[in-house]
Design a protein around this ligand. Structure first.
Ligand SMILES: *Cc1c(COP(=O)(O)O)cnc(C)c1O
Length: 396
């Protein structure tokens, strides 16, 4: 049970990740209201899609109501069918795992890489080579007999996984790659923006993400048919809008114009936000040298990271109970710290799913703590957070 569930932040706390509205948000929202274009039919939606597509270097971008909705549709356009299997990190925010279930497919959970904290390549390569067999076009799990259809790497915490290796594995075994870059706007791997390596990628503009629409998401793809199909599915699968004819079951997943207005204004500030996040990560790295036994966040190789939430690793041997006490002590001192996500295989809906090693996932669950990482965090606040951590660590 979620006994490490914590009280929501009080205004007195230094927040974990607060949005900043310092650009043309008011002007664009007023433009929406003045013109009457507030719905997803607003021209701002297409403007936002094009602006994101240019920014990340994706040929097509489809705006959707949330990152979770984007994942649901991304898996469908990538060809995931009921009873298929999808490889996904065991340690992640739950949305990508739930999206697999929305497709009536099955997650297979993968350990985290000790160096990068992202989905670990080795166990997946071994599973595909030894735990699966090729039949015709497909790759089938020997244990369950189900078809393995896709890899779903998640770019956790504004870092990146080894996308060249995921793409190579997918090619070798005939799998699709769906990339969850919800936490990854501004992250590049080998110079290429995350979310544009796979067949389909997604971004999120939820309130706590690097840029926000309040709520919203974007589906990215280089494939024009995938983009068209995503547009179709997210607008109720309308074949004939006048006669209301639908060949398939669609969704109302489009992004409203009001949210696109906010997103456009936020996107204009992204460079400044990223610079602030990177400066904050460097500063945390230095300050943490004064906290014995605690290590800072990794920067994976070949990665231009965005450090969405700056996350530290408590000393080896730290138990979940001890980490809970440290997080509680930080919060008592006005620092909105939080642990990483409960590993998905420990959650009741996913307890029966296959796992490919969980050693590092358990380490991160017990030892990782995210610290305040808002764009507007001041040097004084950062010093307060680190001092509070030092204090909490020395408490018995
Ligand atoms: C936030 C997040 C999502 C979901 O985004 P919403 O816009 O909140 O639906 C998906 N995956 C990851 C890893 C996230 O952090």
């Amino acid at each position: 049970m979620p006994s490490d569930r914590v009280a929501v932040s009080s205004p007195a706390m230094i927040p974990l990740s607060a949005p900043r509205f310092g650009g043309r948000e008011w002007a664009y929202l007023k433009g929406c209201l003045d013109s009457g274009w507030v719905s997803s039919a607003s021209p701002l939606v297409e403007q936002f899609e094009q602006a994101i597509a240019r920014r990340v270097g994706a040929p097509h971008a489809v705006a959707v109501a949330s990152g979770t909705a984007a994942l649901h549709v991304a898996l469908q356009v990538a060809g995931v069918q009921p009873d298929d299997e999808v490889l996904v990190p065991a340690l992640t925010f739950i949305a990508p795992v739930n999206a697999i279930r929305y497709c009536r497919a099955h997650p297979v959970f993968v350990d985290a890489d000790p160096e990068t904290w992202q989905m670990r390549v080795g166990p997946v390569a071994r599973f595909l080579a030894q735990g699966c067999e090729r039949r015709g076009e497909g790759c089938y799990n020997r244990r369950t007999g189900r078809r393995v259809r896709a890899l779903l790497p998640v770019h956790l915490l504004g870092l990146s996984g080894a996308m060249d290796q995921w793409v190579a594995l997918a090619r070798e075994y005939g799998l699709a790659v769906v990339e969850d870059a919800a936490e990854g706007i501004g992250v590049r791997y080998q110079g290429r923006h995350v979310g544009t390596w796979g067949d389909v990628g997604i971004l999120s503009f939820n309130g706590n993400k690097t840029i926000t629409c309040g709520g919203g998401g974007m589906l990215l793809t280089a494939n024009p048919e995938a983009a068209a199909r995503a547009r179709y599915l997210t607008t109720q699968a309308k074949d004939d809008p006048l006669e209301s004819f639908h060949r398939e079951v669609g969704y109302n997943y489009r992004l409203p114009g009001l949210q696109a207005a906010l997103g456009l204004a936020q996107l204009e500030q992204l460079d400044g936000f990223l610079a602030a996040k990177r400066a904050l990560a460097a500063e945390y790295g230095l300050a943490l040298r004064g906290v014995p036994g605690v290590s800072g966040m990794p920067t994976p190789p070949d990665t231009e990271a965005a450090y969405w939430l700056y996350t530290v690793l408590l000393p080896e041997g730290t138990t979940i109970a001890r980490r809970r006490a440290i997080v509680a002590a930080l919060r008592r001192r006005g620092v909105e710290a939080r642990p990483l996500w409960c590993p998905a295989p420990l959650l009741p809906p996913y307890a029966d799913c296959q796992t490919l090693g969980l050693d590092m996932v358990h380490q991160l669950h017990a030892r990782a703590v995210s610290l305040p990482s808002s764009v507007g965090l001041t040097r004084e606040e950062l010093a307060t957070c680190v001092a509070a951590l030092r204090q909490a660590m020395s408490d018995p």
